[in-house]
Ligand binder design. Structure first.
Ligand code: UD1
Ligand code: CA
Length: 461
């Protein structure tokens, strides 16, 4: 049996009130459409066609690097019309799974169960439904007295009695291709919205005497559709909670999970503790036994094992095992810290490598630098890497000791085990094992008495 999936994402999503198509709005760090694509892949379907139309360049961009094909629906004439645009691409598959691009909570187990049920029952179509307490806006499942499916009625076409039905159409279906595609051409727009409804194909199949099954989704939150930003925030909360629960179940401690926001693709090792108000984003990987937070935000970074991070902002960086970051540290893109490195309070590091065991404990800026092993950078040290036009590198070789408040005017190289005196502005290279001091001589003036307020008043008169 060959399976393909078609994801419908050509609609504008008017209720989002946005310049961008609905499918690209991010939920838990990922565009909605990407959640749906990932879930379809997890369910074991690799042949995926996404129907795009409104703002299609944004949707294609959101899926860059993902193995999907696109079919274009120039005008959004309805879900039935949308599926038709993918016909040429998927009609050879035995089964076509169709789903909307705006249900980011859908889970792969649900899809796999629907697919299995559909194929085992040999139905012409199988609809995924759900029982909800607030069915407003959804199509309703109308059943015959013997409980078999009669038809699907859209909210806007439904009678007052039909609107009381709590079983809704999720918009997710399995179809036998050879049954669905020939019927799409026969759809009409004789409904309140004047659209080609995919749901009408279901009625056609039933009228033609085919079996159409219904699988009721166990967890109705799976099929929650996002039509506006209120529903989007609700989905966000559900996805965050799911991610936190799965991390906790895999051995991560969370002190206050309701204050922790972790994107779907983040990986965290066993026995790591995540403290309150922590945000971990993108493709971040964190090792085992770390202590992260409180008040930390990490984006697209790789953190080793046994790392301590407190009140820090870390972007596109790598942190070696047993390092300690913060409080109040800022690691900017291109920072690569070796094992056992300390980056302490009010320190900013950018596009720099720092070798094993080196320390930048307080109040420093290190940019475009290559720092060796066992280097100590005193409080207040600044790499002066920018002359207003160009950036230059600073090299601190192994064992260097930089005195407090040193300005390192790049390009500059401090040789192995060299030392700089506190307060020096270093403009020339320092050979290894040398001490470099650059400071005005201190003058001590004898018998100097400080002016008082009274002296001041006398001179003012
Ligand atoms: C649809 C179903 C409804 C179901 C609901 C579940 C129909 C007629 N109705 O209604 O029974 O309860 O989904 O969420 O199918 N799309 C296109 N091209 C179009 C129109 C829509 O690609 O011309 C896409 C949209 O981008 C969206 C999906 O299809 O991802 C669903 O469209 P939407 O307009 O949200 O349908 P609903 O009115 O919610
Ligand atoms: Ca919808």
């Amino acid at each position: 049996m060959s399976n393909s999936a078609v994801i419908l994402a050509a609609g504008k999503g008017v209720r989002m009130r946005s310049a961008y198509p609905k499918a690209v709005h991010k939920v838990a760090g990922l565009p909605m459409i990407k959640h749906v694509v990932q879930t379809v892949l997890e369910a074991g379907i690799e042949d995926i066609v996404v129907v795009v139309g409104h703002g299609r360049e944004y949707v294609q961009q959101a899926l860059a690097g993902v193995k999907v094909d696109f079919a274009v629906q120039e005008q959004q004439l309805g879900t039935g019309h949308a599926l038709r645009q993918a016909e040429a691409r998927v009609s050879r598959a035995d089964t076509v799974l169709v789903l909307p691009g705006d249900i980011p909570l859908i889970q792969s187990d649900t899809l796999a169960h629907l697919l299995k049920h559909h194929q085992e029952s040999q139905a012409a179509a199988t609809v995924l439904s759900a029982l909800v307490t607030a069915p407003f806006g959804y199509g309703r499942i109308i059943r015959n007295p013997d409980q078999s499916l009669r038809r699907i009625v859209e909210e806007k076409d439904a009678s007052p009695e039909q609107r009381l039905i709590g079983e809704i159409n999720s918009g997710v279906y399995c179809f036998q291709s050879r049954q669905v595609f020939p019927r799409l051409a026969g759809l009409t727009t004789s409904n309140v919205q004047g659209e080609y409804y995919l749901t009408d194909v279901v009625t056609m199949l039933i009228n033609d005497g085919y079996t159409v099954g219904v699988v009721v989704c166990e967890d109705s939150s799976d099929v929650l559709g996002v039509n506006d930003r209120v529903q989007m925030a609700h989905c966000e909360a559900v996805l965050r909670q799911r991610k936190n629960i799965s991390l906790m179940q895999s051995g991560v401690t969370m002190i206050a999970p309701e204050t922790v926001f972790i994107d779907k693709d983040v990986i965290i090792g066993e026995d790591t503790i995540i403290r309150p108000n922590t945000v971990i984003e993108g493709h971040t990987v964190i090792g085992a036994d770390c202590d992260i937070g409180p008040s930390t935000r990490i984006t697209n970074s790789v953190i080793g094992r046994k790392v301590i991070i407190e009140s820090a902002r870390i972007i596109d960086s790598q942190v070696g095992d047993q390092s300690a970051i913060g409080p109040f540290a800022y690691l900017r893109p291109g920072t690569r810290l070796g094992k056992g490195v300390k980056v302490g309070d009010f320190v900013e590091v950018k596009n720099s490598t720092v070798g094993e065991g080196s320390k930048i404990p307080h109040l420093s800026y290190v940019g475009d630098a290559q720092v060796g092993r066992g280097v100590n950078i005193g409080a207040g040290t600044i790499t002066c890497n920018y002359d207003g036009a160009n950036k230059y590198p600073t090299f601190l070789e192994d064992g260097v000791f930089i005195g407090s408040n040193t300005n390192l005017v790049a390009p500059v190289r401090i040789g192995r085990n060299a030392v700089t005196g506190a307060g020096s502005t270093i403009t020339r290279d320092v050979p290894e094992e040398n001490l470099a001091v650059e400071r005005a001589q201190q003058k001590n003036i004898k018998g100097w008495s400080r002016k008082t307020k009274q002296d001041q008043e006398v001179t003012d008169q």
